[in-house]
Design a protein around this ligand. Structure first.
Ligand code: 5GP
Length: 120
């Protein structure tokens, strides 16, 4: 079984507009905003609008439209920020060993400089 979703998490509150964020993109399927503690010159978080606790939960339960919409949104944000030619990194932490702190699926988008071997 996948993790239950709890809509009091901080990204659920950002989605509802209860907590401010610096949004850089939003559409029917996804919202993207700057990470509050950037670990690279560009550090954007992309989250689905749907209530999914993690990559595991999303990949198990989301519809094909939700999955396609989310994946396209991540690619769109990277292109919009000029990250494709120089290159960038995608990361999704899952669960305790992955170091996941916020239990709403988010993909980290890192770029803007050559990246070291790991970023969390
Ligand atoms: P995780 O470890 O769950 O993959 O990453 C959570 C990320 O969310 C961290 O990079 C952290 O800096 C970011 N973060 C935590 N709280 C907030 C917040 O209130 N606003 C924004 N924009 N980012 C946050």
């Amino acid at each position: 079984a996948t993790q239950p979703y709890n809509d009091t998490n901080i990204f659920a509150r950002i989605l509802r507009g209860e907590i401010p964020s610096q949004r850089v993109y939003e559409d029917e399927w996804a919202v993207a905003f700057h990470d509050i503690a950037p670990q690279a010159p560009v550090h954007i978080l992309v989250i689905p609008r749907g209530a999914y606790a993690s990559w595991d939960d999303f990949s198990a339960r989301a519809s094909a439209d939700e999955i396609a919409g989310f994946v396209r949104a991540v690619g769109h944000v990277a292109r919009e920020h000029g990250l494709v030619a120089p290159g960038y990194r995608l990361l999704a932490n899952v669960g305790a060993h992955g170091g996941q702190e916020v239990a709403h699926l988010h993909v980290h988008l890192f770029g803007g400089a050559p990246l070291g071997p790991m970023l969390s």
